[in-house]
Design a protein around this ligand. Sequence first.
Ligand SMILES: C[S@@+](CC[C@H](N)C(=O)[O-])C[C@H]1O[C@@H](n2cnc3c(N)ncnc32)[C@H](O)[C@@H]1O
Length: 231
Amino acid sequence: MDRADGEVVAALRREIRTPGHGLDRLRLVPTPFVPEVRLHLADDPIVWWARMEAAAGHRLPAPYWASAWAGGQALARYLLDHPQLAAGRRVLDLATGSGLVAIAAALTGAARVRANDIDPYAVAATRLNAHANRVTVETTDLDLLDTDGGDADLLLAGDVFYSPPMADRVLSFLERVAARGADVLVGDPGRGHLPAGRLEVLTAYRVPTTEPAVGSPVRTVRVLRPRPPGR
Ligand SMILES: C[S@@+](CC[C@H](N)C(=O)[O-])C[C@H]1O[C@@H](n2cnc3c(N)ncnc32)[C@H](O)[C@@H]1O
């Protein structure tokens, strides 16, 4: 059972239902580059985080799930523009955050979508966002990076190369999953930890971003896949 069962889902549901406006609120809004999907996002995730920590009286994980990350937006756009990629397949969305990419896969007719994140708030937000978009998404909060992704035949990873330790673990995972025959797609806005030679570019988009601490409102984001061995 996910840790998101119960308390965390209830806390987020309360947040969503409590009337009010302002930088520290969550709002259900169309995703800028993927308006087909609506997400509960914070106007200012840092302010929301500070208020939630003050209310809880202890530290909480950074609310990555309360922003639409550029890498996830590009990957979700790519899936919706190429619906045959996920249709009828067993999909795993690694590091799902808000669940955006998983929801896009479900909207294009995936046979099953599993969304994974180690942050129980991300898992709870994904469930609430899937419900808001009327799709079914299973969730798991286990750390899957040392596995081979189970029976997924399409692995999706939006904006996961944001730190050196994460990039090392994720790359090994993606290559292990690809080596057993699954398709793997990555969305990345050039965060600097992406091992460019090990991946090949499928397309690039100019993506509006709502991320905190990003100077430009638009970023170039690439959709990539692991390079087959020997190429
Ligand atoms: C930058 S956010 C990207 C979220 C989403 N994929 C998107 O593009 O909108 C990175 C996410 O990775 C998650 N994460 C970090 N380590 C993880 C791990 N070992 N397994 C699964 N998720 C992880 C974080 O909790 C966070 O939600």
